[in-house]
Design a protein around this ligand. Structure first.
Ligand code: DX5
Ligand code: ZN
Length: 215
C-alpha cells in the first residue's frame, strides 16, 4: 500500500503537536518536514530546533527534506534532533556522494531529491547508495502549488532503474499531490506521497489521507 507523508509546512504551527498527532491518528506513515534556507529556495522555514521539539510528539518516522544549498554542516544537527530520513537536493550538493555518505554515517536513511527541471541522469551514479529517491512535482519553496505532470515519466524511469540495478530505494513524490494527482503517481510507480495542503487544508485529516490513498 502506498505510504502517505503529510507535510507540516501546511499545518497550523501554533498547535503543531496536535496537528502531527491528528495526522498520525488519521493513518499517516511519515511526517514530512521541509527545511528551507532562503538561498536554494526563496523561503525560510524549519531548522533542527523544530525537529527536536516535534520528535517526542510522534512515533512516525520524520522524513526531513533539506532545501539547503551545501547542506553538509547542518546534517549532523538534523540527525541528532531525531530525523529518520534526510534527503538532499542533487542541485544543492557539489559533492553528492560525500553528502549521501555523511547522512548514512549519522545512522539515518539517506535520500536524494531532484527538481522538475532536472533529469534522472543526474542521480544515476548515486542510485545504488540511497534509501529514497524524491521527485519534486513542483518547484520547491512553497506549499499549495500545482502538480507538474511532465515529472510522471521520471517516476517510471526510477522504478525501472531500481529493477535494473537490483536495489531497494523508495520512490517519493512531493508537490501538488491530491486525490486526483495521487492516482497518476501511484500508476507511475510512486511508493510515498507527500501532501501538505491537501491534508492540512481539510478539517477531517483521516478522510483526506484515505481519499489520497484510496485512489
Ligand atoms: C515544497 C515542499 C513540499 C510542500 C508540499 O517545496 O517540499 O513538501 O509542503 O505542499 P503541497 O502538498 O501543498 O504541494
Ligand atoms: Zn518537501
Amino acid at each position: 500500500m502506498v505510504k502517505i507523508a503529510p507535510s507540516i509546512l501546511s499545518a497550523d504551527f501554533s498547535i503543531l503537536k496536535e496537528e502531527i498527532q491528528d495526522v498520525e491518528k488519521g493513518g499517516a506513515d511519515y511526517i514530512h518536514v521541509d527545511a528551507m534556507d532562503g538561498h536554494f529556495v526563496p523561503n525560510l522555514t524549519i531548522g533542527p530546533l523544530i525537529v527536536d521539539a516535534i520528535r517526542p510528539t510522534t512515533k512516525l518516522p520524520l522524513d526531513v527534506h533539506l532545501m539547503i544549498q551545501n547542506p553538509d554542516p547542518y546534517i549532523p544537527d538534523f540527525a541528532k534532533a531525531g530525523a529518520d530520513i534526510i534527503s538532499v537536493h542533487q542541485e544543492a550538493c557539489p559533492h553528492l556522494h560525500r553528502t549521501i555518505h555523511l547522512i548514512k554515517d549519522q545512522g539515518v536513511k539517506a535520500g536524494v531529491v531532484i527538481n522538475p527541471g532536472t533529469s534522472v541522469d543526474a542521480i544515476k551514479p548515486i542510485l545504488s547508495d540511497v534509501d529514497l529517491v524524491l521527485l519534486m512535482t513542483v518547484n520547491p519553496g512553497f506549499g499549495g502549488q500545482s502538480f507538474i505532470s511532465s515529472v510522471l515519466p521520471k517516476m517510471k524511469e526510477v522504478a525501472q532503474l531500481r529493477e535494473l540495478l537490483d536495489v531497494h530505494y523508495e520512490i517519493e513524490v512531493d508537490g501538488g499531490v491530491n486525490a486526483t494527482t495521487a492516482k497518476l503517481c501511484m500508476e507511475a510507480g510512486a511508493d510515498v506521497l507527500v501532501a501538505g495542503s491537501a491534508i492540512f487544508g481539510q478539517t477531517d485529516r483521516q478522510q483526506a489521507i484515505q481519499s489520497i490513498r484510496s485512489k
